[in-house]
Design a protein around this ligand. Sequence first.
Ligand SMILES: NC(=O)c1ccc[n+]([C@@H]2O[C@H](COP(=O)([O-])OP(=O)(O)OC[C@H]3O[C@@H](n4cnc5c(N)ncnc54)[C@H](O)[C@@H]3O)[C@@H](O)[C@H]2O)c1
Length: 592
Amino acid sequence: MLNNRYVRKTLLVIIDLTIFILSVLLTNWILDPFLKPDHFFNFILAVFVPVLGFFLVGFYRLHLSNSTFEVFKRAMWVAVPVFLVIWLTDSFRWSFVNTAFSFSAILIVRGFYRMFYEHRNKSHEKLPTAVILGAGELGCAMARLGSKGIFDHKILGFVDDDPALQKEIILGYKVLGTTNDLSDVLNRVKPETLIIAVTSISSEKIQSAVKAAKDAGCRIKIVPNLFERKGRADVSPRDINFADLLGRKLIEVDREPLLKMLAGKTVLVTGAGGSIGSEISSQLLDYEIKKLILLDIDETELHDLSLRLLDYKKEWSDDVVPIVCDLKNRNKVEQIIRQYHPDIIFHAAAYKHVPLMQLYPEEAISNNIIGSYNLFKSAKDNAVPKVVVISTDKAVNPTNIMGTTKRVVEMLAAAINTEHVTEFCCVRFGNVIGSRGSMFPLFMDQIKAGKPITVTNENVIRYFMAIPEAVSLVFRAATLAKGGEVMVLDMGQPVRIYDFAQKLIDVFGDGRSSITITGLRPGEKLYEELLANDDLTVPTDDKLVFKAKLSETNLKEEDFMEFMHKFPEMDRDEMIRWLKFFVPEYQPSTKK
Ligand SMILES: NC(=O)c1ccc[n+]([C@@H]2O[C@H](COP(=O)([O-])OP(=O)(O)OC[C@H]3O[C@@H](n4cnc5c(N)ncnc54)[C@H](O)[C@@H]3O)[C@@H](O)[C@H]2O)c1
């Protein structure tokens, strides 16, 4: 019955009227014989006016389960004027006693109602029990859902590292300890699930939480982070995956400069079907752009992406236009840029696999260098205001052909940059977690199939970042860059691949997989360069974005033209000689 809105409202109005009447009688009885404000006017003021006031301030529209402060605040909006008016028309004493009685009783009734409501919701279902790691915003969001009975776990308490919260009760749930006591807490309260609900957590902490949960025999889940939720309020926990084990950084994005750069603009994304291009495309839709042109050579990825961006309702529209195009096709690139006049281009199309590109330098050069040149030339000839080039840590002191081609692309962008016509900027970063063809999804497939995990060398380390975070920082870097610059993202701490592979086996394995060392692949380095280094970079206004200090480049237009002219006839050795000429720091690895 109480679920019916109107019945509930009517019941509350009747209860409130009864309280106000009883309060008048009680006040008269207590203060008698000194004062007797029993005339009609006072009765109206003390009984009907507050109820009318409650309607006016929306008191009866409040949902009691989630607005304790709001209930109190709105009650006071009515209580204070009623108290003042009765004081003026009668006496301070009568007004004070009556208002104190009536409004305290009103709030107590609400409190009981809420207790009853929460108890009913908590007790009527047999839900799996859970301890929440993190009593911050995300943890509290779940506790609120728990109180309303719309959370699919019964919460037993929180674990949080804040010393001030220890043993406190937050939204009805006790803080049971810190992450240092996690194993003890789990063994003591024996939850069925440990739910990680934090926006920022180190990989060490998350890995030890996973281990503690595994040792205590409970499942582990995690609340999706802001980027994953893409603005949705839904905080339903999901199963943990390999990317979570690398920890979480809280990357706050200031929307204003991004909106200034993007709102109302036509934006072209090359390599839109790829891991980075598709995330760029999907995040762009959050910034009120006018038109999104998706360019890729891979028609299937392009088809899937545009369907996804258009909510599976259409394959293309006037605002989201997929274009199948190979950047090596100079005329077609020119025609696209002329037709759509983009305001900004994000250039993410490239070949990226180091060992394969060692085998096919002609493909790495024609796709990465000549493809980029075609795009840059058309952008400049058609006065596209801004081109943002996605680069990689492999372009720094490269030892392989792929990395060297990317360094040449950075140099081309700087050389072609023209103030007041087209600003070119490049953004360098390390590996993104889980991109197509990258090592961790491969490790996971190997673990699922019970096969050995193939790590190339025990000492290989790499820097990692989640794709959505990397893309949001690419946007940020693009707002900070002036033309001709190479921006660099802070990738945090490096990860030792061997150790991480072992963690994946521990968490997701079933005892069948172990690590096999296969030896460094052609062109592969043990360590990628640390990008955001004081000697190599200067800070910007954003603490996660740096500007690279670059030495003079060898890339002159006439040399590049000669290279392009001779390229179709070149053999491998000549190609490598040219790459070394453009990028003197290129140290070809001995392996082919
Ligand atoms: N994946 C990473 O970890 C990572 C990290 C830092 C930088 N990067 C750089 O970002 C870029 C994109 O990487 P990704 O992981 O998204 O790769 P990806 O392979 O997922 O995507 C690249 C996309 O470009 C398209 N493409 C390639 N050549 C093209 C051409 N000639 N014309 C049109 N489309 C073409 C491909 O079809 C593909 O869809 C690369 O330059 C890479 O070096 C990648």
